[in-house]
Design a protein. Structure first.
Length: 53
């Protein structure tokens, strides 16, 4: 059970980071959240590149 928690956090980190990030607002935030939920680590680098501070 204790091994499952870090694995879930690793998998869900991009989604959680997008939801609480101040890089985007409004509908764009929900779009990025959906992309990172569906494609996880494949969409996360694009989020970081496209939404620079």
């Amino acid at each position: 059970m204790l091994r499952l928690i870090p694995i879930l956090l690793f998998i869900l980190w991009p989604f959680i980071h997008v939801l609480f990030s101040s890089r985007v607002e409004g509908d764009a935030k929900y779009g990025w959240a959906i992309l990172t939920l569906l494609f996880s680590w494949f969409a996360y680098p694009f989020f970081l590149i496209k939404t620079k501070k």
